[in-house]
Design a protein around this ligand. Structure first.
Ligand code: ADP
Ligand code: MG
Length: 401
């Protein structure tokens, strides 16, 4: 039953980007670049608190077929959108940054690639006219960071075609600028770093204060394990709602503790914190502080004991997001509970919350059984049927052709 819902990235996606480019321009692109979505193994809402995260890039990728033009115009098209959007390079500066709280003055999807072009120009790179055609097999709005994938694919392409010569971390910052200032979504740097710097079989242990990144081998397949993604199909939206509220609570908590960010609060400080702030703010703080510790513990356990030993940390992370940070939804809780009941080693919601996806660490031979159990639990609750697929840590942004 559920086997029909397990699928992988479509090999045809690169061809779709090329075909769209040909439709748009009548010629072949100068090159094709791609960048992956990501799953966060652990470390949620810690990035903007200058803490630790442990994401990995997934096999699903966004492809950008790009060619330079003779004039100074930038045209973007996506298989997701009915029509292309075209502006001049000069105009980008008047479109962005988007005023706080207001929508971009181009269709929102176009603000991602155009925002990247704008941020690159602002960083001192001279732009040239380009046509950009985008196709993707990263599920959109599922918490798997289709946004970072489109930003990183575009940033990699323009870095090459505009001879910007930026390193991967600098390109991740360009992507974040586009998302924060052109789209107006107040997200951290984790997604772009994972998409830019991912490597096969490794997670990226990222210190979001220094942007220092270490690759941590995860050895999932080697241990006979798999990571099942359970996309609840409940769409989250970053630019609205609870995400901004949670950020504000974290800033308030840090201010009350007299530190620049919650990175500077340790588990031992929590007792004192509880006496200084209201209950809601305290629980938000407690999530971030304990989650930072769980990331450090996960890295240590992965190195010392391997992937099979991190299950309890994943489960504790989910409980903290559900109870303290209050960003889970019934579909995510159901996914996690059903997976664990069917024998998963660990499971947690992943991404910003309020919808999106959960991950479950399971035995390879349990993929079908756990998938069936989750699908059945969703049916029993009258939830929309979830989308299930397995992922392995995969390569980051690259030029494909
Ligand atoms: P997530 O990153 O979890 O998928 P976001 O809300 O951060 O969700 O980003 C999703 C948005 O990114 C989409 O609504 C769309 O505007 C843009 N986007 C992502 N992929 C594409 C694509 N292939 N083509 C056009 N826009 C895209
Ligand atoms: Mg996103």
């Amino acid at each position: 039953m559920s086997a029909g819902h397990i699928d992988g990235p479509r090999a045809a996606t690169q061809d779709a980007a090329r075909a769209l480019f040909a439709d748009l321009t009548g010629r072949a692109p100068d090159g094709v670049w791609s960048a992956p979505g990501r799953v966060n193994l652990i470390g949620e809402h810690t990035d903007y608190n200058e803490g630790f995260v442990l994401p990995f890039a997934i096999p699903h990728r966004t492809f950008a077929a790009v060619g330079t033009r003779k004039d100074d115009r930038v045209r973007v098209a996506s298989t997701f959108a009915d029509s292309a959007v075209e502006v001049s390079l000069d105009e980008l500066g008047s479109l962005f940054p988007t005023a706080a709280g207001s929508a971009p003055s181009v269709p929102e999807w176009a603000a991602y690639p155009l925002g990247v072009a704008w941020a690159l120009q602002r960083s001192g790179t001279a732009g040239r006219g380009v046509d950009i055609a985008i196709a993707s097999d990263v599920p959109v709005g599922a918490g798997l960071s289709s946004s970072a994938a489109i930003e990183s694919a575009t940033a990699s392409a323009l870095d090459d075609l505009w001879d910007a010569g930026l390193d991967r971390t600098a390109l991740a910052r360009i992507g974040r600028s586009a998302e924060n200032e052109a789209v107006g979504a107040p997200t951290g740097i984790m997604d772009q770093m994972a998409s830019m710097r991912g490597e096969v079989d490794a997670a990226i242990f990222l210190d979001c204060r220094t942007l220092e990144a270490q690759l941590v081998p995860v050895g999932i397949a080697e241990a006979g394990l798999a990571i099942l993604v359970i996309d609840t199909r409940v769409e989250h939206a970053h630019s609205t709602g609870g995400y901004g509220e949670r950020r504000a609570s974290c800033e308030r908590g840090a201010a009350i503790m007299g530190v620049p960010s919650l990175r500077d609060v340790s588990v031992d400080d929590l007792e004192r914190a509880s006496t200084l702030m209201d209950d809601v703010t305290f629980r938000r703080v407690r999530h971030v502080v304990t989650e930072n510790q769980r990331v450090l513990d996960t890295v240590r356990v992965l190195r010392e004991d391997g992937a099979r030993a991190i299950g309890d940390l994943l489960v504790a992370s989910h409980a903290s997001m559900r109870d303290d940070f209050e960003i889970s939804v019934p579909e995510l809780d159901t996914a996690v509970e059903a997976a664990l009941a069917a024998g998963a080693i660990g499971a947690r919601m992943t991404g910003g919350g309020f919808g999106g996806a959960a991950i479950a660490l399971i035995e390879q031979e349990a993929v079908a059984a756990v998938s069936d159990a989750v699908t059945a639990a969703f049916a029993a609750s009258d939830f929309t049927e979830p989308h299930l697929f397995t992922v392995t840590p995969s390569a980051g942004a690259r030029r494909d052709a």
